[in-house]
Design a binder for this molecule. Structure first.
Ligand code: HEM
Length: 151
């Protein structure tokens, strides 16, 4: 099914909201990840050794930003080209960094759910099921490209 301009717009609009307060939304995102999968704590260097999720940690913010932004870029590509195109160099890097840190396929579902909850929090009343579906479609395509590289 075609990825429509409307779906692209819904993703971009909510990405703009997240981007305006990355410290807040990246913290929320990781809080959700740990709520869904407490064991994920051990994988992240910046979570491993602390009792609480660190506030304003650059690595934590960098990872949240990458997930939000690359999913938004995936939505744009889906609308423009009908597919998600990540450069081979980027994919190789993402594949190896995740393999090295013990990431496996089911973790991508955890991160997707945390991402959707974060978008929902950011959008409040403006959140809709259609918006959630648009993020889901873009994320799934991006995640399958990364997972394929990890094989
Ligand atoms: C590292 C992106 C999904 C766990 C990284 C890095 C990037 C990245 C770019 C390199 C470090 C950085 O620049 O922050 C993404 C994207 C994802 C995704 C775009 C999905 C679309 C996941 C998932 C997990 C995960 C599902 C597991 C729950 C990690 C870990 C690191 C990492 C543990 C090492 C971070 C550290 O300890 O400093 N990821 N990631 N990522 N990623 Fe992901």
């Amino acid at each position: 099914m075609e990825f429509t301009e409307k779906e692209e717009g819904l993703v971009k609009e909510s990405w703009d909201v997240l981007n305006k307060d990355l410290p807040l939304y990246s913290l929320h995102f990781f809080t959700q990840i740990l709520e869904i999968a407490p064991a994920a704590k051990g994988m992240f260097s910046f979570l491993r050794d602390s009792e609480q999720i660190p506030q304003n940690n650059p690595k934590l913010k960098a990872h949240a930003l990458k997930v939000f932004k690359m999913t938004c870029e995936a939505a744009i590509q889906l609308r423009e080209k009908g597919e998600v195109v990540v450069s081979e160099t980027t994919l190789q890097y993402l594949g190896s960094v995740h393999l090295r840190n013990g990431v496996i396929d089911p973790h991508f579902e955890v991160v997707k759910e945390a991402l959707l909850r974060t978008v929902k929090k950011g959008m409040g009343e403006q959140w809709s099921e259609e918006m959630g579906n648009a993020w889901t479609r873009a994320y799934d395509q991006l995640a399958s490209a990364i997972k394929a590289e990890m094989k």
